[in-house]
Design a protein around this ligand. Structure first.
Ligand code: GA4
Length: 354
């Protein structure tokens, strides 16, 4: 296994935060090998990077999805609730998962395949369901293509025998990938009341994270601390800040603000990719603080394998000095575990062979 050691990842240092967040120029002229090493290094050191100059044109599929999402979230609560409850897919307001987690957001969670999107679209855009499904399918296609490009670069950067191993898992016709569209209403009082009315729910958002650390004073938890369970996640958001990632800085874990960049994709390694690479790539913990006075809209494509896919560290990642870390499991088995636990649980540890 090749440990990515050259081509240091360019950290970004924006005034209000972002130190230590790697940026990868997907169209850089330096050649494919250098790009592959850069992507692998970012995922090994941070589990996270900002992809710029990527293949998804902002004026096309992304803009059309944003417009469809904004139109949906602007509907009356009763109309939105027709697409819910999130069980786990559908429209959700504040409640996340089945075990009492909540955040200051509303969202649509969709299975990222045309048949499922068409079915769900009937309750999302009753006037013209195919309009909504076309927009979603077009976006999912573009996001999947970018995810494959990144996964193939990772395969090369890690020196895998089958460099397309990861991308084949997510392009399988039975891939269990998801699309999540999140709307974080503004934190300012006048809007907050609107939002409370909309949800018609009395859930309180915990202000403490799982490790007992309080987010900074006045912070509203939009989406609590967690790692993504799948292979790779691609997030795009508008120009409103809120995303934070937990990074290691000189032996200490620190929450780093990710400055908003609507033209970029923020890419993060999921639990399955950590397991497949025997811990060489790390599934980054992240959260959203929704304290802005403007609404934040984000879209995340979660690239996942089929339910029956066997997740086992690739042979190239196992050596005598780096023995197998996790027992093999199927994605179906892992999903069952994750839905039985709280959002912040470090669920992959349950599969550690110790
Ligand atoms: C976190 C990442 C994705 O948003 C998600 C979430 C899922 C859900 O909202 O239904 C989970 C969460 C996420 C992991 C633990 C379980 C399941 C909520 C929850 C408490 C869609 C996913 O795949 O896992």
């Amino acid at each position: 296994m090749v440990v990515p050691s050259t081509a240091p990842v360019a950290p970004t240092h924006h005034g209000g935060g972002g130190g230590g967040i790697p940026t990868v120029d997907m169209s850089a002229p330096g050649g494919r090998g250098a790009l592959a090493r850069q992507v692998a290094r970012a995922c090994a050191e941070r589990g996270f990077f900002r992809a710029v100059n990527h293949s998804v044109a902002p004026a096309g599929a992304a803009a059309r999805l944003d417009a469809a999402a904004a139109a949906f979230f602007a509907l009356a609560p009763r109309d939105k609730q027709r697409a819910g409850p999130p069980s786990p897919l559908g429209y959700g307001c504040r409640a996340i998962g089945f075990n009492g987690d909540a955040g200051e957001l509303e969202y649509l969670l969709l299975q990222a395949n045309p048949a499922a999107v068409a079915h769900r679209a009937r309750s999302i855009d009753a006037d013209d369901p195919s309009r909504f499904s076309n927009v979603v399918n077009e976006y999912v296609g573009a996001a999947r293509q970018l995810a494959c490009e990144i996964l193939d670069l990772l395969g090369e950067g890690l020196g895998l025998r089958d460099t397309r191993y990861f991308s084949k898992l997510i392009t399988d016709t039975d891939s269990d990938s998801l699309l999540r569209i999140n709307h974080y209403p503004p934190a300012c009082t006048v809007h907050k009341l609107d939002h409370d009315d909309q949800c018609k729910m009395k859930t309180s958002v915990r202000t403490k994270t799982s490790n007992g650390v309080n987010p900074s004073a006045g912070a509203r938890i939009g989406f609590g601390e967690h790692s993504d369970p799948q292979i790779l996640s691609l997030l795009r958001a508008n120009d409103v800040d809120g995303l934070q990632v937990l990074l290691n800085s000189e032996g200490k874990e620190v929450w780093v603000q990710v400055p908003a960049d609507p033209s970029a994709f923020f890419v993060n390694v999921g639990d399955l990719l950590q397991a497949l690479t025997n811990g060489k790539l790390i599934s980054v913990r992240h959260r959203v603080i929704a304290s802005a006075c403007r609404p934040r809209l984000s879209t995340i494509y979660f690239a996942a394998p089929p339910l029956q896919a066997r997740i086992s560290a690739l042979p190239e990642t196992i050596t005598t000095s780096s023995p197998r870390q996790y027992r093999p499991f199927t994605w179906a088995e892992y999903k069952k575990t994750m839905y039985s636990l709280r959002l912040s649980h470090s669920r992959l540890n349950l599969y550690h062979v110790d």
